[in-house]
Design a protein around this ligand. Structure first.
Ligand code: FDA
Length: 494
């Protein structure tokens, strides 16, 4: 049918938390906006879902991002502004550590019950990483004098240089590798690992699951986006992937006739000569605006055709950012049986198929008939199968896959784990408008070479995403912050 023809001050591409926050901030400052979203829903990598059991009862799950940590202050404020409630992750009782030889240990607190030597090695590695994170920071890691050196060595190699204790290396590497970037530790640099730590306040914070996985939103993290979209009303257009983005800078005389890219933009210099113009062509609407906010993950930038093409630096940068791969597993039980055994539901084991499990039982408005302050009588576990293990799992039949994953979870919480009433695997890598999980990161050496360009506007095009954030990097908090920053920059430009 006919596409809508719309004129606005700003067109926002992507209705994830970053794009919606950019639109909200712009609208509050009196700018008109239109948000174009490829999917039939808002929220991007935050997504409320349901899984049915054999009796047809539906259980609430969060397919994407869900946890908030205390350092994520911008998100915490926003959740409050939107009138949403949060609740803490269940963490009473003992946790389980499975060591490399398969031995199961019960422990309290946040420190693995490894040997004294391994524990001392881990403490030493964590202290060194804390120091690097404090020194380098999350704002401009590429600008630090040690950037090139730390970006030239993989996290695994660096850990091997610091320690000869394999168990300590495995345990420390999982906090960033399978735990966050969801790539094997030989594929990303130490600088990238330091950015991950600095963005969360410190490396010690990454180690502390009571910190990192502190609270959830009642009604699910997608509620943040649903509320923002509700405020924006008809300015959000769903089912409408942007295919082409035409853009021009205000002064045509600076354009280079050979490659159609204005010289100042090609040289990576922000054009501060006021508004330009953009036309975003999507399946359901064509939006003409003065600015665009490109609020999609960087691995998807090249799904859009730019007319003229983006400057060479941007074309290069985008090829060095790729998604990690992780399967988020939900298993639902009649009761949270582990609690009756005095267990918190938390389990860890470096180098195992499922390296982390947690109690993910629903609370308040999250479950059918649930009300604020009430807990779901059904127990839910969440587990993660990262990078190379995720690849292995997708090669199996559904039955073999479910059996392998539940067996690995049973290593922590016992044989009852094998018999959930409902089971669900988040498959973000198969989603056309995400293509991986949790987020994108640079390949070896990419951050120091290209990081300084990731937040530079290209003429009238501004970038916003959790994956190019400083604080809150790879998290909803970072998405919110980047959305707000992009909007403020546009407001300042007039
Ligand atoms: P996001 O990807 O969310 O949104 C981008 C939007 O752009 C999408 O809606 C997409 O459809 C749309 N789009 C793409 N191309 C388009 C085009 N051409 N035209 C129009 N629209 C287009 N974070 C956290 O804080 N706590 C957590 O516990 C977790 N856990 C977690 C688990 C899993 C399984 C995942 C996948 C992710 C997490 N995260 C997380 C990460 C968190 O979900 C993520 O950082 C934010 O959702 C990123 O928000 P953005 O808006 O930047 O991108």
């Amino acid at each position: 049918g006919d596409r809508l023809e719309i004129e606005r001050d700003v067109v926002v591409i992507g209705a994830g938390p970053a794009g919606l926050m950019a639109a909200r901030t712009l609208k509050k400052a009196g700018r008109s906006v239109a948000v174009l979203e490829a999917r039939p829903r808002v929220g991007g990598r935050t997504w409320n879902g349901k899984v049915a059991d054999a009796q047809g009862r539906e259980h609430f799950i969060e397919i994407g991002g869900q946890w908030i940590s205390p350092d994520q202050t911008r998100l915490i404020e926003l959740v409050d502004e939107l009138g949403l409630e949060t609740f803490p992750r269940y963490r009473e009782g003992t946790s389980i550590y499975v060591s490399p030889d398969g031995t199961r240990h019960e422990y309290e607190g946040t420190t693995f019950p490894a040997s004294e030597k391994t524990q001392a090695e881990m403490d030493q590695l964590i202290a060194t990483l804390d120091q690097l994170a404090a020194e380098i920071g999350a704002e401009e890691p590429w600008a630090h004098p040690k950037a090139a050196e730390l970006d030239a060595i993989s996290f695994r190699e660096w850990l091997k240089q610091q320690s000869d204790d394999q168990e300590a290396i495995d345990n420390v590497s999982i906090y960033v590798a399978s735990g966050m970037l969801t790539k094997p530790s030989h594929t990303f640099s130490t600088l990238q690992a330091v950015l991950m730590a600095a963005s969360a306040g410190s490396f010690s914070n990454l180690v502390d699951e009571d910190f990192i996985l502190d609270r959830r939103v009642e009604g699910g993290m997608q509620s943040v986006s649903l509320k923002l979209a509700e405020e924006l009303g008809e300015d959000v257009i769903l089912d409408s992937p942007v295919r082409t983005l035409e853009w021009a800078t205000p002064d045509e005389s600076t354009a280079d006739p050979l490659n159609h890219v204005p010289a100042d933009v090609r040289n990576g210099v922000d054009n501060d000569g006021g508004p330009g113009s953009v036309t975003a062509c999507s399946d359901r609407a064509v939006v003409r605006a003065r600015y665009a906010v490109l609020a999609v993950p960087p691995n998807l930038y090249e799904r859009i055709s730019y007319v003229p093409p983006l400057p060479r630096e941007q074309q290069i940068v985008h090829q060095h950012l790729s998604m990690g791969l992780v399967i988020k597993v939900h298993a639902v039980y009649e009761t949270p049986f582990w609690r009756e055994e005095g267990l918190s539901g938390t389990g860890f084991g470096g180098g195992r198929l499922v390296q982390e499990v947690y109690d993910n039982t629903n609370y308040g408005a999250n479950f059918a008939g649930g009300q604020a302050g009430q807990e779901d009588p059904f127990g839910t576990l969440v587990g993660f199968v990262s990078d190379v293990y995720a690849e292995q799992m997708w090669k199996l039949s559904p039955q073999e896959r479910q059996h392998a994953i539940l067996s690995a979870m049973a290593d922590y919480l016992g044989p009852k784990t094998m018999e959930p009433i409902a089971f669900y695997l988040s498959d973000m890598a198969a989603e056309e408008w995400t293509r991986g999980a949790y987020a994108t990161s640079y390949d070896l050496g990419g951050l120091s070479r290209w990081g300084h360009l990731q937040n530079q506007p290209t003429g009238p095009i501004h970038y916003a995403c959790s994956d190019i954030a400083a604080e809150g990097y790879q998290h909803v908090d970072g998405a919110i912050r980047q959305g707000e920053i992009a909007a403020q920059r546009i407001i300042e430009r007039g």
